[in-house]
Design a protein around this ligand. Structure first.
Ligand SMILES: *Cc1c(COP(=O)(O)O)cnc(C)c1O
Length: 637
């Protein structure tokens, strides 16, 4: 089509804006993936991935993980810090940690630890279960294990076990009473702990998580508590154990100014502690490095107005300038970026299994005898549509007739068939109004909603609550893109609905050409061709926060490794099966085995009574058991 091109598709879906160099629209109209940006010769066509998933017999929806993207992001962050530190002639090192809460999946943590090995990249844990995880996972003695979150005595003992194993465990004190517990346990076990303090910062990160800082923040010590901590440790002969100053002002920081301000504040605290005789080794700048979900590179809540390089520069130069002014040595730098490491590496692929349209079913509206006047009126409006001068009036009249008709129906004045005809005529008028207004410069507000009410809803075989929790919980925007046919003009406007029985199970916020819209341009469905949507940047939080609303369980997962010598540039390294019905029922305290025998007994009873034939009874029993062991999502041939 002449009025459509790959560039036009790029303008609509903004793939290279949010794609972080990993995702592109290929000339053939399919989404392409370059998981190792330093080696662009590896280029994976998403369509080939879909084909291979199909060949392997894996049911959709699936989570597709690109392990090379994880590795690339780890290398990216570490290299940028290393290069910036060199350029700035900064005296300290970078010793980052990955906060496992962002995605605790074993395969993800393993890949990050492995890719981080050359950089001594460590792990961060914020709960006892996470600490137990990182104790087993982070075996690198050169890297840090940073422990945040509220702690009990058992937590402290586990941390001390890490010290005994030769690991660099940093216990960050979140509230003063933890300090006393830590000192007690450390003395008892005869270990010298590495102690950090989390500062309650006055600067607030702007964005959804701005409550992470400020006077009412849940975590951290005030300045006077930090001083009290230092003095207490001094009194215990442990001043040298105080080693790290930590802050975290929130996730997805949208505005770079918050980072600059936080650096100044933290650097001042560090410098003064140093001058008071507490020479800390590390300043830990926490998480917050944002992802440009909507591709706008702005302070929108789902974006950020800086790059990874700008973030790193602000951290390094911010610390350096203050330390030089204060005449104290440059500390080593720790950061806890989770979102930025994991967001790009995974996406959810769901198949469109149907279309829901407000004007889909039309009935025959031919005139009959003795029609009710409401039906006559609205028919007249439709028949003389073109004659009207004032289209807004047409809208008002049609809307009024429809509302009156509904009342009349309830009062038993209008029949069901007449109501159906009125509805059909109403939507016919609305569609023509929409077409007329699309050529007008000014569209009255109530008529602007026509685009939305006339748009289709594409039914996606997945659950928002399982796979994209933040789009529901905090209105997070995630990029949604058809994976194929992008060389074709999208002529249908739609929002997406999931298969849960919850009207909240939908996605109706998109960024199209930098504007936030409630519909997404997509392609008309074809009888003989499957249509897949990709929900991108789901690797941070979404992957692990989902719940089992309606008993839809975890998705099948496909792990993709790139391989330059392969004709398709990739292979499926592993398929991890998602939850079966059996699995989700077990979690809810059911006993699927007992359920199967209960249903079998009920079937046997019908067989005995002669209402079900014996062979048929066996088939029903097997069928129920097969479904119990099967996937929780729709099975689409
Ligand atoms: C959640 C959290 C992080 C991770 O933040 P991102 O914004 O995902 O990088 C880091 N540190 C702490 C203390 C956290 O609570």
């Amino acid at each position: 089509m002449s009025d459509w091109s790959i560039d036009a598709a790029e303008r609509v879906y903004g793939v290279s804006q949010w794609g972080g160099g990993y995702f592109h629209i290929g000339e053939n109209g399919n989404v392409h993936v370059t998981p190792v940006p330093t080696n662009p010769s590896i280029r994976i066509d998403f369509k080939s991935v879909l084909d291979e998933i199909h060949q392997e017999g894996v049911q959709f929806p699936v989570v597709v993980r690109f392990h090379d993207i994880l590795r690339s992001q780890v290398a990216n962050l570490n290299t940028i810090f290393k290069d910036t530190i060199e350029r700035a002639e900064y005296q300290g090192r970078y010793q980052g940690v990955y906060p496992v809460k962002v995605n605790q999946m074993r395969e993800v943590v393993e890949e990050i630890v492995d890719a981080g090995e050359p950089f001594s990249y460590g792990l961060e844990a914020g709960s006892k279960a996470e600490l137990i995880t990182v104790l087993a996972m982070n075996t690198n003695e050169d890297s840090l294990t940073v422990l945040n979150g509220y702690k009990d005595e058992e937590f402290m003992r586990l941390a001390m076990l890490g010290c005994k194993l030769g690991r660099k465990m940093v216990v960050v004190v979140e509230k003063y009473s933890e300090l006393l517990l830590l000192v007690k346990v450390a003395k008892e076990l005869d270990v010298e702990p590495i102690i950090g303090v989390r500062a309650k910062m006055t600067v607030k990160g702007r964005g959804k998580w701005e409550g992470s800082a400020g006077d009412r923040a849940k975590f951290g010590l005030t300045i006077s508590e930090i001083i009290k901590t230092a003095r207490y440790l001094e009194s215990q002969g442990m001043a040298h154990c105080l080693s790290l100053l930590h802050f975290h002002i929130g996730s997805q920081l949208t505005d770079i100014r918050a980072i600059k301000e936080a650096m100044t504040e933290a650097a001042r605290i560090y410098a003064d502690l140093h001058k008071m005789g507490f020479p800390l080794d590390y300043v830990d700048v926490g998480g917050g490095l944002g992802i440009d979900y909507d591709g706008s590179n702005s302070t929108n809540e789902s974006s950020r107005n800086y790059s990874m390089q700008e973030y790193v520069s602000d951290v390094v130069y911010g610390l350096k300038e203050m330390c030089d002014l204060e005449g104290v040595p440059h500390p080593n730098i720790v950061s806890e970026s989770g979102r930025a490491i994991t967001a790009h590496h995974s996406c959810v692929v769901t198949e469109i299994v149907g279309e829901i349209k407000s004007d889909a079913a039309s009935v025959d509206v031919t005139e009959c005898d003795n029609e009710h006047v409401f039906l006559k009126n609205i028919r007249e409006l439709a028949e003389h549509f073109e004659d009207h001068k004032n289209m807004h009036e047409v809208f008002n009249d049609a809307t009024q007739y429809k509302e009156q008709a509904l009342d009349a129906f309830k009062l038993r004045v209008l029949s069901l068939e007449e109501l159906a005809k009125i509805e059909t005529l109403y939507w016919n008028i609305m569609a023509r109004l929409q077409a007329w207004y699309s050529t007008q410069e000014y569209v009255p507000e109530e008529l602007q909603e026509l685009d939305y009410s006339l748009s289709s809803q594409y039914l996606c075989n997945f659950s928002v609550f399982q796979s994209a929790a933040d789009t529901w919980a905090i209105d997070q925007l995630l990029p949604v893109v058809p994976l194929t046919r992008l060389d074709e003009k999208p002529t249908v406007n739609c929002s997406l609905v999931d298969i849960t029985c919850d009207s909240d199970g939908k996605i109706d916020q998109f960024t199209i050409g930098r504007e936030i819209t409630d519909v997404l341009p997509v392609h008309p469905l074809k009888e003989d061709e499957k249509y897949f949507m990709g929900l991108f940047l789901t690797g941070a939080y979404q992957d692990v926060m989902g719940d089992m609303h309606n008993l839809f369980g975890r998705l099948n997962e496909v792990h993709i490794f790139s391989y330059d010598d392969d004709p398709e540039d990739f292979y499926i390294e592993e398929v991890v099966k998602g939850s079966s019905v059996d699995d989700v029922l077990n979690i809810m305290q059911y006993n699927p085995k007992a359920m199967a025998s209960d249903v079998k007994r009920a079937i046997d009873k019908q067989v005995a009574a002669g209402t079900i034939k014996p062979r048929e009874g066996v088939r029903w029993t097997d069928f129920y058991e097969d479904c119990l062991g099967g996937y929780t999502y729709l099975k689409n041939k």
